[in-house]
Write a protein that binds this ligand. Structure first.
Ligand code: ADP
Ligand code: AMP
Length: 216
């Protein structure tokens, strides 16, 4: 089962992907996570990506596609995968189609988490992430049992440097201008599934689960 999660920054892609992969046992591939890991390690990829990520801009397609191509060829993707935050441009989507075709596979469903822009600032500025395991929390909507401590691994929580009010505006503009046109691209292929991402986290998970069970 090959799935893409789409939706604006803060729609809940990472939150839902974390829950879905534990049920379906397929890898969760987040290009945002890959860039943050490379930036933390200071690799050449990380240094290049940082120039864009820090401004809330998309990283150039050729860099991003290269990472995904390499990841999809790893053995654990053979039974399926869940892409979160990729593709984000039409050119990335076309490259993804070509990569999958060369591997003899295709995307089965694109889950579009629909959330109005008015919800996103509060979701993004209140987001907290575990430094150790990457789990996502929200100070109000999904708080950990103990402030600033991850429920799952006891790690310390941090706030992403691009989750500030000024960066969020640029990121949402990038989404509207470059990523939203992809919804039509997948709708025309008949694989787009819309989910109301404004609902409570568990309700959203249940709706996605029922769509994915129907695909198996
Ligand atoms: P994305 O991966 O799409 O950028 P996240 O999954 O990181 O979004 O969610 C953004 C923030 O909103 C996180 O702090 C998360 O805990 C919170 N969140 C996610 N889904 C919901 C929801 N349905 N209702 C309220 N808050 C949510
Ligand atoms: P995310 O964690 O998905 O919110 O992504 C964080 C940042 O990483 C984005 O604002 C971009 O700068 C960069 N990024 C992640 N995925 C992509 C992508 N598919 N194409 C271009 N840039 C990306």
């Amino acid at each position: 089962m090959n799935i893409i999660f789409m939706g604006p920054p803060g729609a809940g892609k990472g939150t839902q992907a974390e829950r879905i992969v534990s049920e379906f046992h397929i890898p969760h591939i987040s290009t945002g996570d890959a860039f943050r890991a490379a930036m933390k390690e200071g690799t050449p990829l990380g240094v290049e990506a940082k120039k864009f990520v820090d401004q809330g801009l998309l990283v150039p397609d050729e860099i991003t596609v290269g990472i995904v191509r390499e990841r999809l060829h790893q053995a654990d993707c053979a039974q399926g995968f869940m892409l979160d935050g990729f593709p984000r441009t039409i050119s990335q989507a076309e490259s993804l189609d070509a990569i999958l075709e060369s591997m003899g596979t295709k995307i089965d469903a694109v889950i579009d988490l629909q959330v109005d822009r008015s919800f996103l600032l509060a979701r993004l500025t209140g987001r907290r992430i575990c430094k150790s395991c990457g789990s996502t929390y929200h100070v109000v909507f999904n708080p950990p049992a103990k402030e600033n401590v991850c429920d799952k691994c006891g790690g310390e929580l941090y706030q992403r440097s691009d989750d500030t009010e000024e960066k969020v505006g640029t990121r949402l503009d990038e989404y509207i201008n470059k990523t939203a046109p992809l919804l039509d691209y997948y709708d025309r292929q008949g694989i787009l599934r819309k989910v109301n991402g404004e609902q409570e986290i568990n309700t959203v998970t249940a709706e996605i689960n029922s769509i994915l069970r129907g695909l198996k």
